[in-house]
Design a protein around this ligand. Structure first.
Ligand SMILES: [Mn+2]
Length: 154
């Protein structure tokens, strides 16, 4: 799933994680999201010239919408249901937690909605849509190198 973010966002990303996996996967997943969020926020710097917003995408039977706003304030709307306890080794209860930690630390609004039957498609679609949304939102327009806000700060 992290590979999906790297590939589809166009970000150079390398993540090294040493976790307390002998206990369980909870903190490893949570801290990865926190670190990724912080890195995103740092990398965006003063946000001059960025597109700021982003969204999208279908994946077979699923429709996944991820809308983001790098507006400097965290918020998460999560509208995706998972019936299975795990997908691969990932507990589905950690999906919401991952995105909450990510949006808190990247200081972005994150709106996620997914519908469809196949749960593997659903979560893969969410990560791909997130990546595409990031790609769109962080793109800088050199011809309009201004802050995308009328408040003068993001
Ligand atoms: Mn936790």
């Amino acid at each position: 799933m992290l590979d999906q973010i790297a590939r589809h966002s166009g970000m150079d990303m390398s993540i090294k994680v040493k976790g307390d996996l002998h206990v369980d996967e909870h903190h490893t997943i949570e801290d990865t999201a926190i670190a990724l969020g912080e890195a995103l926020n740092k990398a965006l710097g003063d946000k001059r010239g960025i597109e700021r917003y982003g969204f999208v995408l279908p994946m077979d039977d699923c429709l996944c919408t991820v809308a983001i706003d790098f507006g400097g304030r965290p918020w998460l709307v999560w509208d995706a249901e998972f019936r299975r306890e795990k997908i691969g080794d990932m507990p589905t209860e950690m999906f919401l937690h991952f995105f909450k930690s990510l949006s808190d630390n990247a200081r972005m609004n994150l709106f996620i909605r997914a519908e469809g039957e196949n749960e593997h498609h659903k979560i893969e679609g969410i990560f791909k849509a997130l990546a595409r949304a990031i790609r769109q939102a962080v793109k800088r327009d050199p011809l309009h190198f201004t802050l995308p806000s009328t408040k003068g700060t993001l």
